[in-house]
Design a protein around this ligand. Structure first.
Ligand SMILES: Nc1nc2c(ncn2[C@@H]2O[C@H](COP(=O)(O)OP(=O)(O)OP(=O)(O)O)[C@@H](O)[C@H]2O)c(=O)[nH]1
Ligand SMILES: [Mg+2]
Length: 322
């Protein structure tokens, strides 16, 4: 048995609730702490409190327009229900957030008789490679046969990084030579996945700036070659966004969306991000939903996004209660 398998077996499995509340622990998350401090003030709710709450949201990189919308709905519900006590206001705010988020993203359907292909894209350092590995781990835990494709041929270290994860997880990896055409690696990966009858194949790609046309064209090519082998591929293209970049992430997301079809967002590094409020602007300003959320550096810290767990943990903020 591999070292990694032994290690994960020794770790007590954590519930999603526990992972969410540990990732959004007020002790390490300034945004959560500031939000909670507001609700803990003893005075009644008044205009100045509402204004201060708006400032907390904006400081966490919620855009002004989104913060206004949220506070307007919050104020309306508070007034309608004649609530002035903070204790009850917290539940009202949770309701506002849940309604604001709306429907959750549908889960990716895993095909029965061919590999389901996931393409992971994003700017440098957003967390693509670790997210690919964590997704592989998650699907493996669900009983699927998973493979990884190292289509980041840009840096030698990139393939090595994914290879290390593949070894730990004991999953096949398909890779190419340094500076090889990423599309050729994808072709090898898809052929291999079909041969080995894998259920899911996850393709890691090089970090690319949304403004670099050639790199965006390369993405289009990757998608085109995939479809030659598996017409439905990619089944999902996920954009990885780093929550610590705040509004910059939103700008990236908008540009990526213009350049290539996306199916959803993997929002990483929500643990400890003082700019975690960006999630509200993403919800408000994009047509995309958050499919997965990164709540830490452990293997099981990437979870399917659950609005209820997220907003509950955000406004409870204490892992000690989990
Ligand atoms: N705390 C925390 N760190 C994360 C999370 N996701 C990724 N990271 C860290 O972010 C760093 C960058 O992650 P990578 O997966 O290498 O990012 P990448 O997008 O593949 O980077 P490039 O290949 O250089 O474009 C690593 O140190 C990861 O451990 C997360 O959800 N929480
Ligand atoms: Mg990478």
């Amino acid at each position: 048995m591999s070292f990694f398998k032994k290690l994960t077996q020794r770790l007590k499995p954590r519930s999603d609730k526990q992972i969410y509340s540990e990732g959004l622990d007020r002790k390490t998350n300034k945004f959560v702490n500031k939000l909670l401090l507001l609700f803990e003030e003893e005075s009644e709710i008044d205009e100045s409190w509402i204004e201060r709450m708006m400032v907390v949201l904006i400081e966490a990189d919620v855009s002004v327009a989104t913060a206004r919308k949220l506070m307007k709905s919050f104020q309306k519900l508070l007034d309608e229900n004649e609530i002035t006590e903070k204790l009850y206001a917290k539940d009202v705010f949770k309701q506002v957030l849940n309604e604001f988020y709306g429907q959750e993203a549908p889960q990716l359907k895993i095909a029965d008789n061919r590999p389901t292909v996931i393409l992971v894209v994003g700017v440098n350092g957003s967390g693509k490679t670790t997210s690919c590995s964590k997704l592989a781990y998650m699907y493996q835990e669900q009983g699927y046969k998973v493979g990884l494709v190292a289509a980041d041929t840009f840096r030698a270290a990139a393939t090595q990084q994914l290879e290390l994860w593949a070894q730990k997880l004991e999953v096949p990896i398909f890779k190419g030579k340094l500076h090889a055409d990423p599309s050729s690696v994808i072709v090898d990966g898809l052929k291999g996945a079909i041969d080995q009858q894998l259920d899911i194949v996850i393709c890691d790609t090089a970090g690319r700036l949304q403004t670099k046309t050639n790199l965006m064209t390369e993405l289009t090519k990757m998608k085109r070659v995939m479809a030659k082998f598996i017409p439905e591929a990619p089944d999902a293209t996920y954009l990885v966004l780093d929550a610590t970049l705040g509004q910059n992430s939103l700008i990236q997301a908008k540009e990526f969306e213009k350049a290539t079809a996306l199916d959803g967002i993997v929002l990483t590094k929500m643990d400890g991000s003082a700019k975690g409020g960006i999630i509200f602007s993403i919800i408000d300003e994009m047509n995309l939903k958050v499919n997965f959320i990164g709540l830490g550096e452990q293997m099981d810290d990437l979870r399917p996004f659950s609005r209820e767990l997220f907003f509950d943990s955000l406004l409870d903020g204490n892992s000690d209660n989990a």
